[in-house]
Design a protein around this ligand. Structure first.
Ligand code: ADP
Ligand code: TRP
Length: 334
């Protein structure tokens, strides 16, 4: 029986935060431990260039993201763990898919539409400062996925549209040339969207993140900053709109979550609740943090792991690309 292929990528801009962990890294690593699964994990450094124009940040973040996944328990021997830029076949497929993708599809992409809407709001030209990287970003993402015929892609809700677009692009290719691509499916975890310090989605773009492996003291400080309301100790508190509760829930088991809900109803003081949240998150992150520190102190070891992954991954990619090139008519003369 052929194994199910699960693929996920993390853009190399900035340092991974709790949201990335809950929404992407944790579910992907959990899936990789299942026997019927073949997992692909990659550092999306070419995606990083879309938003981040600081070479040092791209570079530092590549190290941080790689170390994070390894520290979170990724088994690089059992899985395909690679850096996107080490697989040139992905860029070649990116171009072939660019020639297969309708422009109108890209016009509908959320990230592009948001940039245009912001320009219009400011009375600017609609495409002011919009680069082709942003515009074509869903095509590169489709190439990442279709290169390996991934069956499932664990993502946050914000990425579902990109998976639909990947299917659209794959369908068009299959119809025009040859049935070479399977339709990938987005797998959205239930607690996929983690909220940030200010109660909005935790995201680098909002500056409201809690870095995954910040030192213990800093983690405690960050948790103390999570937005609450003015309810006094002793006053019952609502779990419904509580960012703190939502964050706790993402780390605690069912039993602990129920206990916390009870504590809210009983009027636990915010300071007390934050202490419990800190202890819970820290107890889970501590051993991983230690590993992370060890790894980041030795980048050459990570580079070796990435080269090992690239070699393994390129074997699949080059074989696939051969078939794809062949299908579009790019092949040796004889
Ligand atoms: P950011 O929003 O901080 O820029 P990325 O876009 O780099 O994060 O996201 C990397 C991965 O982590 C994606 O799969 C994304 O869906 C997931 N992710 C990001 N933020 C969150 C969040 N707050 N909750 C759940 N998943 C998230
Ligand atoms: N665009 C994704 C994000 O911002 C990262 C990413 C790039 C990705 N290529 C991918 C995720 C392929 C899954 C599959 O989160």
């Amino acid at each position: 029986m052929s194994k199910k292929r699960v693929l996920t990528g993390v853009t190399t801009t900035g340092t991974p935060h709790l949201g990335n962990f809950v929404g992407a890294i944790r579910p992907a690593i959990a899936a990789s431990n299942q026997e019927d699964t073949q997992s692909f994990f990659f550092l999306a450094d070419y995606h990083g260039l879309i938003k981040c124009k600081d070479p040092e940040q791209i570079h530092a973040s590549t190290l941080a993201v790689a170390a994070t996944w390894l520290a979170c328990g990724l088994d690089y021997e059992k899985t395909y763990f690679y850096r996107q830029s080490d697989i040139p076949e992905i860029q070649e497929l990116n171009w072939i898919l660019t020639c297969t993708c309708a422009k109108g599809l890209m016009n509908r992409a959320h990230a592009y539409k948001a940039a245009v809407a912001e320009n219009i709001d400011k009375n600017e030209d609609p495409d002011h400062a919009v680069e082709m990287g942003l515009y074509c970003y869903p095509i590169l993402m489709a190439a990442d996925i279709l290169m390996f015929n991934a069956d499932e892609v664990p993502v946050g809700k914000d990425q579902v549209q990109h998976l639909e677009m990947a299917c659209d692009i794959a369908g068009r290719f299959n119809y025009r040339y040859k049935e070479l691509f399977v339709m990938p499916q987005a797998v959205v975890g239930e607690e996929a969207v983690l909220l940030g310090l200010d109660g909005r989605k935790m995201s680098k773009s909002y500056g409201n993140t809690i870095p995954l492996f910040e030192p213990e003291k800093k983690l405690q400080k960050s948790i103390n900053k999570i937005i609450t309301n003015l309810k006094e100790p002793g006053e019952p508190k609502d779990t419904e709109d509580s960012t703190l509760f939502e964050i706790y829930k993402a780390f605690a088991d069912e039993n602990e979550t129920a206990q916390m809900a009870q504590a809210y109803a009983d009027g636990i003081a915010w300071g007390e609740a934050k202490k419990i949240v800190f202890q819970k998150i820290n107890s889970i992150l501590s051993p991983m943090r230690e590993k992370y520190m060890e790894l980041t102190a030795n980048p050459a070891q990570i580079e070796e792991i990435l080269q090992f992954g690239a070699e393994k991954t390129r074997k699949i990619a080059s074989e696939r690309l051969q078939k794809i090139r062949n299908a579009v008519g790019i092949r040796k003369l004889k």
